[in-house]
Design a protein around this ligand. Sequence first.
Ligand SMILES: Cc1cc2nc3c(=O)[nH]c(=O)nc-3n(C[C@H](O)[C@H](O)[C@H](O)COP(=O)(O)OP(=O)(O)OC[C@H]3O[C@@H](n4cnc5c(N)ncnc54)[C@H](O)[C@@H]3O)c2cc1C
Length: 428
Amino acid sequence: MTDKQSAISLWDISAEEKKVDNPMDGDIQAEVAIVGGGFTGLSTALHLGEKGIEAHVLEAETIGHGGSGRNAGLLNAGVWLPPQDVRKELGEEPGKRLVQTLGEAPEYVFSLIEKHQIRCEATRHGTIHAAHAPKGFEDLRRRWEEWQRLGAPVDLLDRDQAAEKIGTKVFHGGLLDHRAGTINPMGYVRGLARAATAAGAKLHTGVRVTKLNREGSGADGGWRLETTRGTVTAKSVILGTNAYSDELWPGLKDTFTIIHYFQLATEPMGDRVEHILKERQGLWDTGSIMFSLRRDAFGRLIIGSMGRVHGGESGLSKRWAARRLRHLFPDLGEVTFEKAWHGQIAMTPDHIPRIHKLAEGLYTPIGYNGRGIAPGTIFGRAMAELLTGGSEDDLPLPITEPKKATSAPIMSRLYDAAFTANQVFKSL
Ligand SMILES: Cc1cc2nc3c(=O)[nH]c(=O)nc-3n(C[C@H](O)[C@H](O)[C@H](O)COP(=O)(O)OP(=O)(O)OC[C@H]3O[C@@H](n4cnc5c(N)ncnc54)[C@H](O)[C@@H]3O)c2cc1C
């Protein structure tokens, strides 16, 4: 078990699935090399393994070090935007395909959890998108109408129904999506790693890929990857580096804006929290500076919002969390926080994820806009299908060229400042 101080998140401490520690030993020749040991990379490796291809996953730190081991664990359907806006952005047919594929995606994730017996505290009671204000409720109604039209099992909750499920009257209603649920995300990503290994994939941790060189051309061409531990040659490469992309592929990390999201977990609180989200849904709200709340399997409350952790377990972020919980649940009393952490999210200008073809035999699914558990799993499966004879036309998203998001670094800094100011303001 990881000690509390060095753990990257609560999930790093509480996940039942074992940590993978597997240094690279000598140069490697592979059919497929995958950079990044998160949902995307490991799902690609698992699905390639099931098709008889031994992929090598190269992870700079540890499995789940990126967003996959730090997230809120809300296993949601669809993407950030409502379905009708996805179709507007992508065009009717591609939009429909993405909405349908990702609408069914939680079901697929639950099926993997079941098939590989992944120990990740999975619950299947849905998630609640809660209205922070009357205009938030109108947004939810619009989403609900469209999901209803598409036949999705979603309920619009009025104020009293939402209060009954959440345990506070603060929200103006909610959208309950029965397709969704919650997981321990580190448990899930480590479970994917275990399943991928069993399917024949080779995982290497603590190895950073520093250079990608194309060698040869056409069908005989391939890639030579320079790493901090040796060289890897591979016919094809998948980058699963997402919001944690470094300088490996020049310009890739300028295609999105990085925002941070922080969370704090209380100590297990037993009966004191039984009335909060009593059916065990996870929750996030419609506020422009989003807020999330859930319980874990051990009776902890996990509360989060946009921005970084300031002051560890005892500073500004802790004051923000304590005040927010007091506002929501005045009878809760004093709470003690056990762990605080944050992670990076890759936001694209239109809030739609991307699958880029960076060069021949080099692809990257990227820019999940804070919704990556199901998309990472599905896009990984799609990469495996593509590399085993599938067509680019059958991907969940049309392939695109990377495009610089104008002022991304400036926007990242501006958001950071705004989110910190929000924490200060809401802690007073
Ligand atoms: C705080 C937070 C809360 C979130 N909440 C949710 C949620 O509730 N629900 C949801 O669906 N999504 C959520 N997300 C989004 C989700 O976690 C991400 O979209 C998802 O984890 C992305 O997975 P990935 O495998 O593509 O990338 P990551 O998990 O970020 O993995 C990228 C990996 O690449 C490695 N890497 C980078 N460069 C190199 C290199 N050169 N060589 C080797 N390795 C490299 C990194 O070390 C990292 O481990 C949240 C994200 C954050 C940060």
